[in-house]
Design a protein. Structure first.
Length: 137
């Protein structure tokens, strides 16, 4: 499991569920919310934003990372993803790589539905043998 406090998990869950209500998903109807915890303890949320040119849409994790960077955050300490309704989902492959830019292998990634966290992994479990910033130094 993860070592996050119940308060932090609740903050992440509330932010992701609130963000999910703002999702722009007119084509799939598949609304997703995500929240990331940064190195200062601040929570940043994002939602998926679909586009008629399908590959141009943004995942919830990507918009949450953008919100974090815009607020001055640089390190992800935890991630929570909330899928639609009762579905429990994990970040897609592209989002796992985007998260890796700001997070180490040990960062907890939580998957939640409307009732709370149902699954958790570390980023390293979801993206083993990953390519990250250290490879470019």
């Amino acid at each position: 499991m993860h070592a996050l406090s119940p308060d932090v998990v609740q903050r992440l869950l509330a932010a992701a569920l609130a963000a999910r209500t703002r999702a722009h998903a007119p084509y799939s109807g598949y609304a997703v919310g995500a929240a990331v915890l940064d190195e200062t303890g601040a929570v940043h949320a994002g939602c998926n934003v679909e586009n008629a040119a399908y590959p141009q849409g943004w995942c919830a994790e990507a918009t949450a990372l953008g919100a974090m960077v815009m607020a001055g955050g640089y390190q992800v300490k935890a991630v929570l993803v909330a899928g639609p309704g009762g579905q429990v989902i994990s970040p897609c492959g592209g989002c796992r790589q985007k998260l890796r830019e700001f997070a180490g292998d040990d960062v907890p990634v939580l998957a939640a539905d409307d009732s709370g966290v149902q699954s958790s992994w570390t980023l390293g479990e979801l993206l083993p043998a990953s390519f990250g910033p250290a490879h470019l130094k």
